[in-house]
Design a protein around this ligand. Structure first.
Ligand SMILES: NC(=O)c1ccc[n+]([C@@H]2O[C@H](COP(=O)([O-])OP(=O)(O)OC[C@H]3O[C@@H](n4cnc5c(N)ncnc54)[C@H](OP(=O)(O)O)[C@@H]3O)[C@@H](O)[C@H]2O)c1
Length: 221
């Protein structure tokens, strides 16, 4: 069992990932800037996983406290808070493995797009701001709504990027423990922009089809 901490875990994406990782048997620490929100979100995750038949180990705490106790941390804050969050939590994170799921989304007249990030992508921004931590990009393309629907299989590929081979393998192993998902080695951090861009594409498709589509590559078996 790994203790997984969520920075900004009170939002829909953090809640959904926390639920699926709790179902996979991991201890979950939900982080927030406010302790009450963290505790409420932890209750939401615990209740959902218990209803689904699990006996989860879930609690909530301030983001920095979550980083202190977690074996690895997942960043699930909106991009406009991403840079400041990485800077604020740099010492608390230290050399721990970081999974970044943030997408630098923008909407122009309702059309989803991705803002230019000086480092190339949100994941590369995190790596630049957290130089002691191995940063891995993952989970950008999974719908929060689907993640939270524990009664329905969460099918799809998780495209995983990192410049650290061991950290990338740890995340691929984590994905393999999450039922019905498949991890795909999508390359180095420099490939993260392509993965983040797919989220904007999916949002447009989902709006047109009134769906929560995911990515699934063929031909890898
Ligand atoms: N929603 C999806 O379907 C989805 C899918 C794939 C990827 N993503 C990505 O995952 C990330 C989280 O998505 P979400 O929909 O869960 O986001 P969200 O609800 O907008 O934000 C998640 C949490 O981040 C914290 N937060 C908000 N603004 C912040 C700021 N300026 N600085 C620090 N923390 C802040 C809040 O927690 P507290 O107030 O409790 O601290 C909030 O509950 C985003 O980058 C998004 O692009 C989302």
């Amino acid at each position: 069992m790994t203790t997984i901490g969520f920075i900004g875990g009170t939002g829909p994406e953090g809640l959904g990932l926390a639920m699926r990782m709790a179902v996979a048997g991991h201890a979950i620490r939900v982080g927030s800037r406010r302790i009450e929100r963290a505790e409420d979100a932890a209750t939401t995750v615990r209740d959902a996983v218990t209803t689904a038949g699990g006996s989860p180990d879930v609690s909530g705490a301030l983001n920095a406290d979550v980083c202190a106790v977690a074996d690895l941390v997942v960043i699930v804050v909106p991009f406009d808070g991403h840079e400041a969050t990485c800077i604020d939590l740099r010492d608390a994170i230290g050399a721990k493995l970081v999974i970044d799921a943030a997408v630098p989304l923008t909407f122009n007249d309702g059309v989803p797009g991705v803002v230019d990030v000086p480092q190339g992508s949100a994941t590369e921004q995190a790596q630049a701001l957290l130089p002691d931590a191995p940063v891995v990009g993952a989970f950008h393309n999974l719908s929060a709504k689907k993640l939270q629907d524990l009664a329905t299989p969460m099918r799809g590929d998780v495209l995983v990027t990192s410049d650290d081979a061991d950290a990338k393998q740890t995340v691929l192993d984590l994905v393999a423990q999450m039922k019905d998902l498949r991890g795909v080695d999508a390359g180095p951090l420099a490939a993260s922009k392509f993965v983040e861009d797919i989220t904007a594409l999916l949002l447009g498709v989902n709006r047109r089809y009134k769906a929560q589509a995911a990515v699934q590559l063929v031909g890898l078996d």
